[in-house]
Design a protein around this ligand. Structure first.
Ligand code: ZN
Ligand code: ZN
Length: 344
């Protein structure tokens, strides 16, 4: 192993360098992971813009699949050479949120790729007990564990009643993972609405009963189509787009007693007008879901069993020195999921 490695490094928002830096040394309780693949997602665009609380210098990359390359002083497993998926978050265990089993809200949360070194590098140090053994999973499957863990947590929060009629806005990687897991979680019917036909085709292949192409220039036609599918409204309406224009329509499309579920990440400053009268008169519930909690293990199970299929999700692969192209791919509506492959 060389003493230096290539990494994507930000010293400030908006600009990064592909830099040669020392390979980090694992300390007690830690392992050195050779990165095989690291997923790029919308969060990385927010980090590029300096949003989401980055700490500098920052090596981004929070969706990490790799191979154990070295063990810290007191660590005996996973053995060197084991393929692993890294849970990028570590909570303190002592704050009020941790003690209420809400580690994603830990006041001292360490999130690799956000406020600690992440996976857009040849190597990354991780805590041994946050590595999940995944020798049986292809890196292109393993790399989906983190976004899948977020979706599994979302389903924990949603607490879907079997038989519910669900409308999902968004068919990006998250929307497609949601499609598959909603279907296997007992949705009575699932309608997916999104602007890109190729992604709607993927949603159909993953079990959506109806797909509706959103015409951004003529939202009223789209809404008429959705109302025709469920004239009395949907039991659950999920936004996985973060778009205020979409959120603005969710309450009207929700059935009496139903739930609006905010899953997409909107801009921090965005606001969305809601009618309190409608919430009151029709006994609606508004819920949100952020990140993952105690859900990595179940996400990996779903990938292992094929309940969540990786087919068609990874559309773009880039070496580290093409990180700018990877960010452009995430901005492109034809890209489903991009990943960095340091060995490419
Ligand atoms: Zn992500
Ligand atoms: Zn804590």
């Amino acid at each position: 192993m060389n003493n230096t490695m290539t990494a994507v490094v930000y010293d400030e928002p908006g600009t990064f360098e592909i830099r040669e830096i020392p390979v980090p040394t694992p300390g007690p309780g830690e392992v050195l992971v050779k990165v095989l693949a690291a997923g790029v997602c919308g969060t990385d665009l927010h980090l590029h813009a300096g949003e989401f609380g980055p700490t500098y210098p920052l090596i981004p990359g929070h969706e990490i699949a790799g191979e154990i390359a070295a063990l810290g002083p007191d660590v005996t497993e996973p053995a060197v050479g084991t393929r692993v998926i890294v849970d990028n978050t570590a909570s303190c265990g002592r704050c009020e949120e941790c003690r209420r089993a809400r580690p994603a809200f830990c006041t001292a949360l360490v999130a690799q790729g956000v406020n600690a070194p992440g996976g857009f590098a040849e190597y990354v140090v991780a805590s041994a007990n946050r590595c999940f053994v995944a020798d049986d999973l292809d890196p292109e499957v393993a790399v989906l564990a983190e976004p899948t863990a977020c979706v599994v947590h979302g389903l924990d929060v949603l607490n879907l009643q079997p038989g519910s009629h669900v409308l999902l806005f968004g068919a990006g990687p998250t929307g497609l993972l949601l499609t598959e897991l909603l279907r296997s979680s007992g949705a009575g019917s699932l309608t997916v609405a999104a602007p890109t036909q190729s992604k709607l085709d993927l949603a159909s292949a993953r079990g959506a009963d109806n797909v509706v192409q959103i015409d951004r220039n003529d939202m009223s036609t789209t809404l008429d189509t959705l109302r025709a599918i469920r004239p009395q409204g949907f039991d659950v309406v999920i936004d996985a787009t973060g778009s205020v224009g979409v959120l603005a329509e969710t309450v009207d499309l929700t059935r009496t007693g139903g739930t609006v579920f905010v899953y997409g990440m909107a801009a921090e400053a965005a606001k969305w007008p809601i009618s309190p009268y409608e919430i009151f008169r029709r006994e609606l519930t508004v819920k949100g879901s952020f990140a993952q909690q105690f859900s990595f293990d179940r996400a990996i199970s779903a990938l292992r069993s094929g309940r969540v299929s990786a087919d068609g999700l990874i559309t773009h692969r880039f070496p580290l020195h093409r990180y700018a192209d990877a960010l452009d791919a995430v901005r492109d509506s034809n890209c489903v999921k991009a990943m960095i492959v340091p060995g490419l």
